[in-house]
Design a protein around this ligand. Structure first.
Ligand code: AMP
Length: 570
């Protein structure tokens, strides 16, 4: 049996093809979304999923999230004393999903189809395959996420050539793909996106408005605890507005009471700049695919943030028709992976022309931004090759020294998407001696050339003299070899994994600890006592004590969570 896995940045899901339909498999907590988080527990065992996500706040040094962003790089992610590669952390997620599938199906599972973003490079795809191997899974196929979404909507059931646009707005990223299915071959005709645009930005906009509305002092922004509580309130309000016409955001702090009514229209107005930014990648993808939107057979929504009615309305306006949204947008990719598994079992799977030849990251240098005539803000990242450019690619940008008579220019080369250079990965540096002269006579052309092997050549040419300085940066840092995979497989197998049948109780405890840190006063003390009581009940290992204790403790946490949203300063 082949399982379909959506290995996501925020959440992962597993699904299976059974009796002619795709079905999601719940984890040991009964939930179909497993947070893509890993944490090392106090006894050294590994926790995956919701319990690990709860510990991101209480044990940040022992917990990791969003490691999908590092797939295909050799970045080490520290969990306590030990460093892990993104493949290894992903393997721990895959192992948990495999165990969930085995528990649900009652038999061993050894094969999987795993989904990846359409723009994933060859190195990122290899890393994803390695993660599967490290989890003891034979990766039957890597499937592009938009292709999976289109399969869930039955693109393969159409008779003639079909063209789909997949509009995927997740928590932090936005991806648009234009797909073309012809003769059982699926081609990604174009893919465009915005790495800085997702559901979280809608929350950030409302927070800004909340500050203005309540004329709040900016010093609140330095209070991490306050901002976290406000963020949770706004996230809840955002979700409420997907179901109801209006809601209220309220937060108290040391006697001060701040509130704001929010209805759909006001929410949309606040987020208008974000909605405007959704248009550009759609237009770019259609232009690149050389396809007028009228020729699309279907527009498919994926990603949790497409639940926002304003996003759906925008898509409807842009395309002059309602998008396909009858499948839950968080689940559509995993369900599509299961459809592909079903097709594979019948030997009817789609072939894919994979668009791997793109640069997965933006590549650029650090620059200074002129803020006023005389002052600069330093350390900004200025991309020269934008993420997703088709390789080989060569781009040039012109830079000038900051002052007349400046004799040297220091160029630092970075890869990544963060606004500040220091938050990206540094790849190398170049020092250029400038000729004497006024700043506008001393321009330097910086050319980046990136090839299919991931080699980046940086060339700086001083315009006045024609002199050139260059630097070659080797690509694909450290993909794992077969021997290394075998070694790491053994090392990962030796890790103690928290027992699956105890996950529910462990998650309750992690939630309790997180809530304990959020609460204050009597409630916090009360919770402290209840945590100890629950731990004691668990230690008894007596089912008749444990089960009711877990139920009661879960109810208490639900109540406290509700209470802390309504009375945040309690
Ligand atoms: P994903 O990365 O696809 O799981 O998307 C997660 C994003 O979807 C987060 O920013 C969530 O806040 C957002 N999201 C999930 N459910 C809803 C909802 N009901 N209404 C609005 N946004 C949602």
């Amino acid at each position: 049996m082949i399982i379909g896995i959506d290995l996501g940045t925020t959440n992962s899901l597993v699904a299976v093809w059974e009796n002619g339909a795709a079905r999601l498999i719940p984890n040991s907590l009964g939930e179909v979304l497993t947070p893509s988080c890993v944490s090392v527990d106090d006894d050294g065992s590994i926790l995956v999923g919701r319990a690990a996500r709860e510990r991101l706040q209480t044990h940040p040094r022992l917990s990791a999230a969003a490691f999908k962003r590092h797939m295909g790089s050799d970045q080490q992610i520290a969990l306590g004393q030990r460093g892990f590669r993104a493949e290894e952390l992903s393997a721990l997620i895959l192992r948990a999903l495999k165990a969930d599938a085995e528990a649900a199906l009652g038999r061993p599972v050894t094969e999987a189809i795993i989904t990846v973003p359409a723009y994933f490079s060859d190195a990122q795809r290899k890393a994803t395959r390695a993660a599967g191997q490290l989890a003891g899974l034979k990766v039957e196929r890597l499937l592009n996420e938009p292709t999976a979404a289109a399969l869930a909507y039955g693109i393969h059931l159409r008779d003639s050539e079909s063209k789909f646009l997949v509009f995927d707005l997740g928590g932090g990223t936005f991806d648009v793909s234009v797909l073309d299915l012809f003769d059982n071959v699926m081609e990604v005709r174009a893919s465009a996106g915005d790495n800085y645009l997702g559901g979280e930005d809608f929350v950030a906009c409302v927070i800004e408005r909340f500050f203005e509305h309540n004329k709040m002092s900016p010093h609140y922004k330095n209070d991490a605890g306050f901002m976290q509580r406000l963020g949770a309130q706004v996230e809840a309000a955002k979700r409420a507005l997907s179901e109801a016409p209006g809601t209220t955001i309220r937060i108290r702090d040391n006697g001060a009471d701040f509130a704001m009514e929010l209805d759909e229209a006001a929410f949309e107005k606040i987020c208008a700049p974000l909605l405007a930014r959704l248009r550009d990648p759609v237009e770019r993808a259609l232009r690149d695919a050389q396809l007028p939107s009228a020729e699309l057979d279907n527009v498919v929504l994926a990603g949790g943030a497409t639940r926002m009615p304003m996003v759906r309305r925008l898509v409807a306006r842009m395309f002059g028709r309602l998008p396909a949204c009858d499948i839950n947008p968080d689940e559509v990719v995993a369900l599509g992976a299961a459809v592909q598994a079903g097709l594979k079992a019948k030997d009817a799977a789609l072939d894919e022309v994979v668009m791997t030849d793109v640069s997965p990251y933006s590549l650029g240098i650090d620059t200074s931004l002129r803020v006023t005539q005389a002052s600069y803000s330093h350390g900004h990242f200025d991309p020269i090759i934008e993420r997703n450019s088709v390789v080989p690619v060569s781009r040039v940008k012109r830079y000038f020294p900051l002052h007349d008579g400046q004799r040297q220019l220091h160029i630092n080369v970075f890869q990544g998407e963060a606004r500040m250079a220091a938050d990206n990965i540094k790849l190398g540096e170049l020092l250029i001696d400038l000729p004497d002269g006024a700043r506008d006579e001393c321009g330097v052309d910086v050319r980046f050339t990136y090839d299919v092997n991931g080699l980046l050549q940086v060339e700086a040419t001083i315009l006045k003299t024609g002199d050139t300085v260059s630097l070659l940066i080797a690509g694909n840092p450290g993909l794992l070899s077969d021997e290394e995979i075998a070694e790491r497989f053994a090392a990962l197998s030796a890790l103690k994994i928290h027992p699956r049948d105890q996950m529910e109780n462990r998650t309750l405890l992690a939630r309790g600890e997180r809530l304990y840190q959020q609460l204050r006063g009597d409630l916090r003390q009360h919770l402290g006592v209840q945590i100890v009581r629950f731990e004691q009940a668990l230690e008894s290992q007596d089912k008749h004590q444990c089960l009711p204790a877990a139920k009661a403790f879960g109810q208490l946490l639900d109540e406290l969570e509700r209470h802390s949203l309504l009375h945040p300063d309690a």
